[in-house]
Design a protein around this ligand. Structure first.
Ligand SMILES: [Fe+2]
Length: 625
């Protein structure tokens, strides 16, 4: 086990004086600082006290630097949990004992001039442990010791040299052209604890198992059982696959897949089954649900979705495979009592981009682009059990939702049958427009310069509808399974601000819920009106009303997490990290979920030690003790 660096200073840069920045657009601001000491993620120089001394909190310069600080690397780790100082309120005595785990990237730049897209940053797992009875909250954090991390972090010195390209980045200090190390499983996207085991997930590789107490990495886990299960599929499972594969156009795709598989596996080291980072937990059946795609799906107009259901002993109870004749990219998905539901994001191969991507000149993701050729969004309702399919509709035919929705995250879905046998399926999802979504530019990252441009995430006035927002998709099927209605509407009549990371009380996953909580933007920052988020919104789905809570000035927030307390749906707490970028500090905030919208919603604020200030996290998990 390598040494843990407890003493490192914060790797934040010193911003230039605000007056030196051009007044017009962020893009030119980003370009202007290119020739200075590299900003944010790309620097390891110590911060100066003047770093927060910007002339106005609502200036363009403050907005630019606040954004950079959100993506500043943190090289220090803390294996020993440190008690957090309470700076406001108190931890309620009825706050349950347990741990909030938060996955996300920790490192965006190496010591040899390479920077990476935030999605390619090495996984840095954070853990906030609540003693219960209003007692101490302790914090620890460690990098996930992935295979890529072992290769890129020098033993002893702790210096980094990126050797993998990663799907979203290009190397500067490493081998660029002809580098086939594309798949860089950094285990940075999500985390769950199930059956006593803690796992960090990434979009496209095996999960890494972590010791829940020490956060020490145990190693990668082949949860989808490539060796164990592929040889003993039942005839029933096989039927699902063949039913999808035997369409007319399937033959050419079969041939292409036949040639692609060994190249992707042998040359690019891609596992045949690509595990997605988003998992689901079905509290009714007490199951963990996982989803994988085939490696070649990214490049072909056919998708192989395999759903896995595990019991609480990690025994695989069910595996269903669906082959769909569509070229799609799925990030998040959802389940109901009888269905797996996919909101399909249509993609296409960019042929010139593919050639440049394969050579290593461009990030691999430039091989793909959104496919806006159809004005609708396919919604696939896939039967979860054999009996769900009986007498029903053809699952290979999607329901077409009447607008182009690029699905980001799905908070919940449920289905209910009325007295005459019609089935109503409702989804609560965060979506953006196909016109806005851009693989390469997520978070405003520019792979050519390695800079982060906040303007990409902050579209000019009048185009807010393109940005992420919460919608409700309602589908009605008649008794024969034919779709009689599909409506997409705003989740709330009262809240139209950009919103993402929808979460619910996890006890209601797959069943009718009333409340959704999500990260959102208050719009109070003139130059960062839409992203990063600074507020939590609570939406009442039954009447469309919304209430919200906002963090302090120059503070951003990440994904909220619901921690149940009692039996009522909103009886619980919301945990949310506050990134006080101007102070270069992180806080853990505790909100009373029932009081959101009231002056007393905020109940506690805990301060992470400054030397452990961390960059923005992605997805988290609450685990009761
Ligand atoms: Fe996600």
């Amino acid at each position: 086990m390598r040494a843990i660096h407890h003493h490192c200073h914060l790797p934040l840069p010193t911003p230039p004086p605000a007056t030196k920045l051009p007044p017009s657009a962020f893009t030119s601001t980003a370009a202007a600082v290119t020739h200075r000491k590299a900003p944010s993620a790309s620097s390891s120089s110590a911060a100066s006290p003047t770093a927060i001394d910007l002339q106005s909190a609502d200036s363009q310069a403050a907005a630019f630097w606040d954004y950079q600080f959100l993506f500043a690397s943190q090289r220090s780790e803390s294996a020993e949990p440190v008690p957090l100082r309470l700076v406001a309120g108190s931890v309620p005595a009825d706050f349950p004992a347990g741990t909030y785990y938060l996955a996300g990237p920790g490192l965006f730049a190496d010591d040899h001039g390479s920077t990476v897209h935030p999605l390619d940053g090495h996984g840095y797992l954070r853990a906030f442990s609540f003693a219960g009875d209003g007692g101490t909250v302790r914090y620890s954090a460690r990098f996930v010791e992935t295979q890529a991390q072992r290769e890129e972090r020098e033993e002893g010195t702790g210096r980094w040299r990126f050797t993998h390209r990663g799907p979203f980045s290009v190397l500067r200090g490493g081998k660029r052209v002809g580098n086939v190390k594309v798949m860089k499983n950094v285990a940075n996207t999500s985390v769950f604890r199930w059956g006593g085991r803690l796992m960090c997930l990434w979009e496209g590789g095996d999960p890494y198992e972590i010791d829940p107490r020490s956060l020490e990495t145990v190693g990668p886990v082949d949860l989808v059982g490539r060796e164990r299960h592929d040889g003993d599929r039942t005839a029933k499972d096989r039927w699902w696959e063949l039913a999808g594969a035997r369409d007319v156009a399937g033959l050419a795709v079969d041939v292409a897949a036949h040639f692609l598989k060994p190249v992707l596996h042998g040359v690019f080291n891609m596992p045949p089954k690509r595990m997605l980072a988003h998992y689901k937990i079905d509290p009714t059946r007490n199951r963990l649900l996982l989803l994988s795609c085939n490696a070649e799906d990214m490049l072909l107009p056919r998708s192989n979705f395999t759903f896995y259901e595990f019991d609480c002993n990690f025994e695989l109870k069910q595996k269903k495979e669906f082959v769909i004749s569509d070229h799609m990219m799925i990030h998040d998905w959802v389940f109901t009592d009888n269905h797996y539901v996919l909101l399909g994001n249509r993609i296409k191969l960019d042929v010139p981009g593919s050639l440049l991507a394969l050579s290593g000149i461009c990030p691999m993701i430039t091989a793909l682009s959104v496919n806006p050729s159809q004005q609708s969004t396919p919604v696939y309702l896939l039967p979860r059990f054999s009996e769900s399919a009986k007498g029903g509709r053809d699952w290979r035919v999607p329901i077409e939702a009447p607008s182009q929705l690029w699905s980001l995250h799905v908070g919940n879905a449920f289905e209910e049958r009325d007295e005459v046998g019609n089935l109503n399926i409702q989804l609560q999802a965060s979506v953006c427009s196909y016109r806005w979504f851009n693989f390469q530019k997520m978070f405003g990252y520019n792979w050519r310069t390695g800079r982060l441009d906040p303007s990409f995430m902050n579209m000019v006035a009048g185009k807010e509808a393109l940005l992420p927002h919460l919608v409700q998709v309602s589908i009605e099927l008649d008794r024969r399974g034919a779709c009689s209605r599909c409506i997409v509407s705003d989740a709330s009549k009262q809240w139209s601000r950009p919103t993402d990371f929808p979460v619910i009380n996890p006890a209601l996953a797959g069943r009718r819920n009333k409340y959704v909580y999500a990260g959102t933007a208050s719009g109070s920052r003139r130059f960062l009106p839409h992203f990063p988020f600074d507020s939590v919104v609570k939406i009442n789905c039954s009447d469309g009303s919304a209430t919200s809570w906002s963090a302090g000035s120059r503070e951003f927030i990440g994904e909220p997490i619901f921690v149940p307390r009692g039996t009522k749906e909103d009886d619980g707490y919301i945990l949310v990290v506050e990134y006080a970028v101007a102070k270069q500090r992180c806080y853990l905030g505790v909100l009373n979920a029932q009081r959101i919208g009231e002056a007393d919603a905020f109940v506690a604020k805990l301060e992470v030690p400054k030397n452990l200030t961390f960059p923005i996290g992605f997805h988290g998990f609450w685990a009761d003790r």
